[in-house]
Design a protein around this ligand. Structure first.
Ligand code: SF4
Ligand code: SF4
Length: 187
């Protein structure tokens, strides 16, 4: 068994006022270069609004899923039934258009703002002035796991979209042209 630091963001829906600062901050933090643009469509957190009850529900982008799930969850809050997929965290599920980068169509998954040096708190928590989002860390014993990083997740999404052969051919072509470019620069 290994020890793992578990990062938790607690969401208090009762406190959320729908300001969407978390969406803006997340998209800016993950922009290239960092903080160069703000585009909530590229955020890894989305805040849903129910106009009838006037409640806001922040939802984080979870793991990438290549296939639509067979079951559906139903949420009933204060007696009102909510859309089956509304609060699902699955990044880039093929049945809907959420948590996908609008430019590249690649999945957007919350990475807890991992960066070097590490942040004390994720940026969405920092900008939430009403404490609808609060951050905690704890240690847990876990089975050793194979880490699927963002690069692997992105490649998997491209393979699902274009097929393994096309992605492999494209990578091979880019690799040859990059090596040739490096050789030219070294001459
Ligand atoms: S920053 Fe906080 S209050 Fe504003 S939308 Fe996000 S969670 Fe809600
Ligand atoms: S923890 Fe970081 S990556 Fe995750 S939603 Fe908040 S700002 Fe975005």
């Amino acid at each position: 068994m290994a020890k793992k630091k578990v990062k938790v963001i607690k969401i208090n829906v009762d406190e959320c006022n729908g300001c969407r600062a978390c969406e803006a901050a997340c998209s800016a933090f993950h922009a290239e270069p960092k903080y160069s643009t703000v585009n909530p469509a590229k955020s890894r957190i989305h805040v849903y609004w129910d106009p009838i009850r006037n409640i806001y529900v922040p939802v984080y982008g979870g793991p990438y899923v290549p296939a639509e799930c067979l079951g559906r969850d139903k949420y009933i809050i204060d007696g009102k039934e909510y859309d089956e997929c509304l609060f699902c965290r699955a990044a880039a599920c093929p049945s809907r258009n959420l948590f996908k980068d609008p430019d590249t169509n690649l999945p957007l998954r919350c990475d807890m703002c991992e960066s070097e040096p590490p942040l004390e708190e994720p940026v969405c928590v920092q900008v939430c002035l009403v404490d609808a989002l609060t951050y905690e860390e704890r240690e847990e014993e876990v089975e050793e796991e194979v880490k699927v990083d963002e690069l692997e997740m992105g490649l998997e999404a491209l393979i699902d979209k274009y097929g393994l052969d096309k992605v492999s051919d494209t990578l091979a072509r880019i690799s040859i042209s990059k090596k040739a470019e490096e050789q030219r620069r070294g001459e």
